[in-house]
Every structure is written in structure tokens, then in C-alpha cells.
Design a binder for this molecule. Structure first.
Ligand code: FES
Length: 850
């Protein structure tokens, strides 16, 4: 037993437990986020006697007489200051790390009211942020310090036109911790569910013994594949993912669910899971694509080990390369990467009539609905999904992981249920970035003009298809780079293995192939005798020219402008690396891709409903600015409603940097009718009860379409990034110039750039997700994520190139920010020590880990 205070109130805790559990489960102080429960992420940081401390570490019995402060315990003025400062600095994206950041900031500012930038960075060194790259959080802390010194908070801007630097629409709820992620939901009578996972990557399940677990008091049910009312298989595109492995079937990886246990408390749940006994026949596993392609390889799926093969060709690259003055051929490898979003997967589901309601954190409420309704055998109207706040996704929350399990338990038990992955489960279960083995050849003439490129790519897509097909396709289509040449051929294969699945990850396959083509171009520049900047300037795609995929690019093509923007940094430094990239906005290649929205006038306010997940990238703010730009309805009368499947029309998955353009254009279109109606009625007030619908279908041509110049994608973003090393070989500065069409909110774009650059600094230098016999061995704390006090100066440069005639010219930027970083860094080390590195993470740098 212990007596202490929480936010000034005396408490007595009878049963010793982790402080985190007491604060969340008993007091429901849900600003204290549970990101790992391993002391590694810092989302649960509180002040104990004024000192920032991770609440997942101390036991309550050790807190006798102490004072605990959470964000809920800040004064109103402190809340106002942090909300304003973090909002105006752009410090908040997904928001999951933010309450912990605020408490670390308070710990600093309470004792040091005028800190330096270095002191602010050091103060949050134990708080991981996967979204922002820390720059703007440090800006926010310094601005908060200034406001505390002044003792007043300025008003927030009222002009929300496109191009204005405005705070996110959800900044207050994310800073003060009142915003709801699924794990923050506590419902009356709620039970807890979790899956018993496979002991072997590949084994036949012979029997599942659930009797002992069922007999434990407090266990509500134990469910196997036999209890599934609909189809066992789910899957984002390919229905190959078992909800649970049935008796007699074979497991595909260690993350496979064997049965689901539901219990009254998390403690009983853990005990019951340990009582489930499973008999297996262990079978040989497939560890790699090389093993998967052997003629006598065990089959991961009955359909065979090859998920997909892509072949793309234009022109005759073999002949063009053979005739080239300079030719380079090189093998490259890129590793598995874990998304490491701060919010582990969690879903709450409860009975809703004779169907279910799912409160989810995902990248597409409609995707979650579609996957779950097949499994439950229910029509769409009986499976409702509502997005809560999403604590980061980066591609890793496109597949269902817990949502369908929660829905099944709620459906079978008729009780509300929470299903949440531990951090260890999260690291094991959701799809990762594909590791790829790649062979690239490039031929150039004596002036460095590219004559042709030929390549082969082999990807490990792991246990399930997930987004493996489209990821391989984007890896292949973008392998040519953003250059003006016409001889290109690539073959790509994605193989199933018994490793964790691989799927979408910021960059969507392009991160991997960009490393190859850009590294080769840097080496080629040396051979030709020109600079890496010059070889790109000579080859860069310009408006009206034809990409290697045959698409004629439009006036919005701004690669040259990004090169020109970084030129002064390249010329002024010695150890400088450079790389370019392009990335599509939208699904493209002939697949129907539609943005939709409903604008509803209610109580004198305009409510934006779009079935499009805001995963921290700031979609709600983009759409609010679109409405303001078109209608000039005051900001406080525009309400962004979170995505759901019952009021908001399906606007597709948050993937492929598509939402700004697709849903943005749908909103712009809906605003045309709204504007006309406002003109007629004399304003918004006369329109109560009315609604306005907008839809935008992006038309593209399929891959290999029999037309001379197929339109593969409605738009592309372009970028050039530069890495500058100091004399010790550490990164002094990253410069990232990005062509975004029209910049909707420059703060938000800078934040995307900084976050993407830091994420891929990890990809290039420090991050590892090792596997031993198909088993991941990393913990959150060993993934190698950059910390706030380790980042260099990052200089984002926004290039606005007009010419796109949808969404007011705005092109999404979510993914491209991560794409050219690794080759730029590799090139900087090549200039520094002359070693041409062909695999990631780069070896022999000051950042290398043993
Ligand atoms: Fe920091 Fe998302 S805003 S993890």
C-alpha cells in the first residue's frame, strides 16, 4: 500500500502495481500513453517530485509521500501555453508522444525558464517521436519558454487560407491529452481480449486444448477458428491471412493467432493465455526468398511461394546499355524496417444491434469494415467502424491486426471488448518494409546522359501478401528515377516466406530502388567527370518530357527547381551527398481511385465528413483550409469529423500520399455547390440541415496500356536531398528541397519533411530489425531510432510549382520525404572516405552499431 498525490489529490493505492496502470486504468488519466511498457519510448512520462519519469517503470509501493503530475494536472495557463506553442511550432503530428513531451518540457522549464536549443533537445532525449523528427517539438518548447517568460498567450491566426502557417485542428486535444485513441476508451462492462500466438513459424496445428483456460474464473470465452461465423481468411487485397489457424492447418509465421481468449481483466487474460496448450507438428520453415524459390521448397501457402512477378519494359535497354560509353552494374541490399509508430495497435468493439461497432486506429475505416464483414459474415451496415485518433501509421496500419479479433469477440460474447497488442506483439505482427536484393545496370554516354537502365528486384514479402504486390510494383515503376530517358526494363519478384509479413511502409518500395539508381548515378558522375549535381541536372525530367514509363509530365514538374534550390549547399561544402526522387500521389495505374466527402451544415457550423484516415499527417487541417479557402467560412465554424463508415463516404485508404490531392479535390468540388448555396441564402446560417457532396475520380491508365504515353499517375512529387558531413564524419546538416505543387500549410509540410528525413536517417544509418530463424529479436529500445539530441540541423525547402489542375495544385508529401535520404547519406560517406556502400544500414560510419 502507498499514499501519494496525483495532480495535487491524495490517493491511497492498496495493491502494488505499475504507476502507468494505476494512472490509466484506475484514475483514467489517459494523457499518460502506453507506448511500450518497457521503459523505451517515453510516451508515459510524468513528473514525480518534479522529475520527468516514465510511469511504466515505478511500482506504486515505491511512491510513498511523493507527488505525481500528469498533463491533466497542468494549470489552465500552462495548457494554453503548450497548446499555442506546440500548435504554432507545428510540433504535433499523430500526437501520441506529445503529452509525454509536454511533461519532459515542463520538467525542464520549471527549473530552467530560458533554455538553449541543445538543452531543450536533451530534455526530451528519452521521448521518442516517430513523426516529427523532433525539430518542431524543440521549437515548441522554446516558444513555450518564451510565452511563460512573457506571461501571455497571443491569439491564434484567423486566416486559414491555403499557404497560411496555421496550427493543426486537433492540436489542443493532443497536447492536453483529451483526444481519444482506442486504448483511451474504457466502457462499462468492458472485457479484454488477446490472441495466443504460434510457437513455430511453420507448424501444423494438431490440437488446441482450451479447457483449463475456460475453467479459470473470470474467463469469458476462448475462441478458435471454428467459432468464426464467416470466412477465416482476411487480407487487404489478397485474402490469404488467417484470422486464426484452424486445427489441421499450417502456421505461416510466429504472429499467427491460434485462438482468442477473452477475460474480465488483463491479469486474468494473461493467466488464461498461459493455460492454453497447443499441439504442433513442427515443419521446415522458409527463411528467405532464396529458400522460397528452390524447386523443393516447403510451401508457405498452397498457391506457391511466388506472390507476384512484375515485368516492365519500354525501349531496348540491353542494346542501349551495350552501346553506352560508360556502364555500371551493382548489387544492392536493403533491410527489413519496423514502422515503430508510437501507438501500438488497439481496437475496442461492442455489440451494436445485431452487428458490431469497432473503434479503430487504422489507415482506412472502410478497409477495416470490408475485412471484418467477410470474417463475421455480416453485411456492411452491420459492421460499423469509427476512427479514433491514430498514433502513427506510416503504412503499418493498413492491414487489420486487432480490429477483426475485437469484433469477433464482441459479436460472440455480446460484451464490449478491448484488444491491444503489447509492443513485442506489435513488432512481430504488423507488416514491415520489404527487404530487397537488387541488381542494377546503367549505361550513360560521354556526357553522363542516361541511355538505359536494367534491373532485377527480389523482395521478401513474408508470411502474407498484405500490400506486397503494389509495393513491388511501385518499387519497379519508380526504379527508373525522375529522369528523361526511354530505355528501361525491370523484373521484380516478391516471395512468401515464414518471416513476418512485409507491406506498406512510407515510400512504398521506392525507398529501396531509389537507393540503387541514385547511388549508381553518383558513381557514374565520377566516371564521367562531372558532379553528382550536374549529372542529375542534365538528366532531370522537365515539363513536357517523357518519363521512362512513357508518361508525359505536366507543368507542375519541379525536379529542376529542387536541384537549383540545393545548389548553394552543395557548392559550399566538402563532404556532400546528393540524391533525387519522385513519388506518385494516388494509387494510379488504372485502378479506380476516388476521393469523396460530405459537407453537412448543422447548428450553424459546417461539418466535414470524409472516410479518410488522418494518421498524423494533418489531413483534417488540409481539408479545413480547403473549405476556408473556397468559402471563407470562419475557422471556428468548420468542424473536421473523424473518419467513419456510417456518415462519411468512402474516400479510400490513407496510402500513396493520396489524401491531400484526392479528398482535397473532393472537398474543393463540394465547396462549389456550397458556395453557390451560401450566395443564394445569404450565408451559412440559412443552410442548416443541408449537405453538399463532392467526388473526384483520378483517371489513369493500367500498366502496359496500349497507348503511346500512358498516364500512370495523376501527379508526382519531386525532391532533392543533400547530406553534409563534418570533418569527423557526422551529419552536420540535411537539406531537403521538395516540390509540393501548392503548399497548403507550410508548417505541416516542413514537419513532414523533417520527420521523413529523420526516419530515413535511421533507415540509412542505425535501424535494425534482425530475424533469427524467422523470429524478430528486436525490442523497441534496440530498433535504433534516432533521439532528439542526436539529430543534425535539418533545412526543409518548399518548392511550389504550379500546373496541377486539381486540389488547388496541392500534391501529397507524406512518402517522398523518406525516399532520397539514404542514397544522399551514402553519397556523402562515399565523398568522405571513398567507400562505395551498397547495403543498408551503412557500415563504417560514426553511427554504426556493433
Ligand atoms: Fe510524435 Fe507522432 S507526433 S510520435
Amino acid at each position: 500500500m502507498a499514499h501519494f498525490t496525483v495532480n495535487g489529490q491524495a490517493v491511497t493505492v492498496e495493491q502494488n502495481q505499475k504507476l502507468l496502470r494505476y494512472l490509466r486504468d484506475t484514475l483514467h488519466l489517459t494523457s499518460v500513453k502506453d507506448g511500450c511498457s518497457e521503459g523505451a519510448c517515453g510516451t508515459c512520462t510524468v513528473l514525480i517530485d518534479g522529475k520527468p519519469t516514465k510511469a511504466c517503470i515505478p511500482q506504486t509501493d515505491k511512491l510513498e509521500g511523493k507527488s505525481v503530475i500528469t498533463v491533466e494536472g497542468l494549470t489552465d495557463f500552462e495548457k494554453q501555453v503548450y497548446t499555442y506553442a506546440f500548435g504554432m511550432a507545428g510540433a504535433v503530428q499523430c500526437g501520441f508522444c506529445i503529452p509525454g513531451m509536454v511533461m519532459s518540457a515542463k520538467g525542464l522549464l520549471d527549473t530552467n525558464p530560458d533554455p538553449t536549443r541543445e538543452e531543450a533537445a536533451y530534455a526530451i532525449r528519452n521521448n521518442i517521436c516517430r513523426c516529427t523528427g523532433y525539430v518542431k517539438i524543440i521549437d515548441g518548447i522554446l516558444l513555450a519558454a518564451e510565452l511563460f517568460r512573457k506571461g501571455e498567450v497571443p491569439p491564434v491566426p484567423t486566416d486559414w487560407s491555403l499557404g497560411q502557417r496555421v496550427p493543426r485542428v486537433d492540436v489542443e486535444e493532443k497536447v492536453t491529452g483529451t483526444g481519444i485513441y482506442p486504448d483511451d476508451v474504457y466502457l462499462d462492462g468492458m472485457i479484454y481480449g488477446s490472441a495466443v500466438r504460434s510457437q513455430y513459424p511453420r507448424a501444423r496445428v494438431l490440437a488446441i486444448h482450451t479447457e483449463e483456460a475456460r475453467a479459470l474464473p473470470g474467463v469469458v470465452g476462448v475462441f478458435t477458428a471454428d467459432d468464426i461465423p464467416g470466412q477465416n481468411k482476411v487480407g487487404h487485397l489478397v485474402k490469404d491471412w488467417d484470422t486464426m489457424i484452424a486445427v489441421g492447418d499450417i502456421t505461416h509465421y510466429l504472429g499467427d493467432a491460434i485462438c482468442l481468449v477473452a477475460a474480465e481483466t488483463p491479469e486474468i487474460l494473461a493467466q488464461a493465455k498461459a493455460l492454453v496448450k497447443v499441439d504442433y507438428e513442427e515443419l521446415p520453415m522458409v527463411r528467405s526468398p532464396r529458400e522460397a524459390m528452390l524447386p523443393d521448397a516447403p510451401l508457405v501457402h498452397r498457391t506457391g511461394n511466388l506472390l507476384t512477378h512484375k515485368h516492365i519494359q519500354r525501349g531496348n535497354p540491353a542494346e542501349a546499355i551495350a552501346k553506352s560509353k560508360h556502364v555500371l552494374t551493382q548489387h544492392f541490399s536493403t533491410p527489413w524496417t519496423e514502422h515503430a509508430f508510437l501507438e501500438p495497435e488497439c481496437a475496442v468493439a461492442y455489440p451494436d444491434g445485431d452487428g458490431v461497432m469497432i473503434l479503430s486506429t487504422d489507415q482506412g475505416a472502410y478497409d477495416t469494415q470490408h475485412e471484418t464483414m467477410g470474417m463475421l459474415g455480416l453485411p456492411a451496415e452491420k459492421v460499423k467502424v469509427r476512427n479514433c485518433l491514430v498514433g502513427g501509421g506510416f503504412g503499418g496500419k493498413e492491414d487489420v491486426t486487432v480490429q477483426h479479433h475485437a469484433a469477433l469477440i464482441a459479436y460472440l460474447t455480446k460484451r464490449p471488448v478491448k484488444v491491444k497488442l503489447t509492443r513485442a506483439e506489435s513488432i512481430l505482427i504488423h507488416p514491415k518494409r520489404h527487404p530487397m536484393e537488387m541488381e542494377f545496370s546503367i549505361g550513360c554516354d560521354e556526357n553522363g546522359i542516361i541511355q538505359g537502365v536494367a534491373a532485377e528486384v527480389i523482395a521478401d514479402t513474408g508470411a502474407y501478401a498484405s500490400l506486397g504486390g503494389p509495393v513491388l510494383e511501385r518499387a519497379c515503376t519508380h526504379a527508373a528515377g525522375p529522369y528523361n530517358y526511354q530505355n528501361f526494363e525491370i523484373d521484380g519478384w516478391a516471395y512468401y516466406t515464414n518471416n513476418p509479413p512485409a507491406g506498406a511502409f512510407r515510400g512504398f518500395g521506392v525507398t529501396q530502388t531509389c537507393f540503387c539508381i541514385e547511388s549508381l548515378l553518383n558513381q557514374m558522375a565520377d566516371i564521367v567527370g562531372i558532379t553528382p549535381w550536374e549529372i542529375r541536372y542534365r538528366n532531370a525530367i522537365r515539363p513536357g518530357q517523357e518519363l521512362p514509363n512513357g508518361q508525359i509530365v505536366d507543368e507542375s514538374t519541379g525536379l529542376v527547381e529542387t536541384l537549383e534550390a540545393v545548389k548553394p549547399y552543395v557548392e559550399a561544402n566538402q563532404y556532400v551527398g546528393l540524391a533525387c526522387a519522385m513519388k506518385n500521389a494516388g494509387v494510379g495505374v488504372g485502378i479506380p481511385d476516388t476521393g469523396r466527402c460530405r459537407l453537412v451544415v448543422e447548428d450553424g457550423k459546417l461539418h466535414i465528413f470524409a472516410g479518410a484516415s488522418c494518421i498524423g499527417q494533418g489531413l483534417g487541417t488540409v481539408l479545413t483550409q480547403m473549405v476556408y479557402e473556397q468559402t471563407k467560412i470562419p475557422r471556428d465554424k468548420i468542424v473536421y469529423e473523424r473518419s467513419n463508415t456510417y456518415c462519411a463516404p468512402d474516400s479510400g485508404t490513407t496510402s500513396g500520399s493520396r489524401q491531400t490531392l484526392f479528398t482535397g479535390e473532393a472537398v474543393r468540388r463540394a465547396c462549389q455547390d456550397l458556395k453557390a448555396a451560401m450566395a443564394e441564402s445569404g450565408g451559412l446560417d440559412g443552410l442548416n440541415g443541408q449537405e453538399f457532396y463532392g467526388e473526384y475520380l483520378g483517371k489513369t491508365d493500367p500498366l502496359g496500356a496500349p497507348v503511346p504515353n500512358p498516364v500512370s499517375h495523376v501527379a508526382y512529387g519531386y525532391a532533392t536531398q543533400v547530406c553534409i558531413l563534418d570533418d569527423e564524419g557526422r551529419i552536420r546538416q540535411m537539406v531537403a528541397a521538395h516540390d509540393v505543387g501548392k503548399a497548403v500549410n507550410p508548417i505541416s509540410i516542413e514537419g513532414q519533411i523533417e520527420g521523413g528525413v529523420v526516419m530515413s536517417m535511421g533507415f540509412a544509418l542505425t535501424e535494425r530489425y534482425p530475424l533469427t530463424d524467422c523470429k524478430p529479436t528486436a525490442k523497441y529500445g534496440t530498433l535504433g531510432l534516432f533521439r532528439a539530441n542526436q539529430i543534425p540541423e535539418i533545412t526543409p525547402i518548399i518548392v511550389e510549382k504550379e500546373g496541377l489542375n486539381v486540389a488547388c495544385g496541392a500534391i501529397g508529401i507524406g512518402e517522398i520525404t523518406s525516399i532520397p535520404t539514404a542514397p544522399a547519406i551514402a553519397d556523402a560517406y562515399y565523398r568522405y572516405d571513398g567507400k562505395f556502400r551498397t547495403s543498408l544500414p551503412l557500415e563504417g560510419t560514426p553511427y554504426s552499431r556493433k
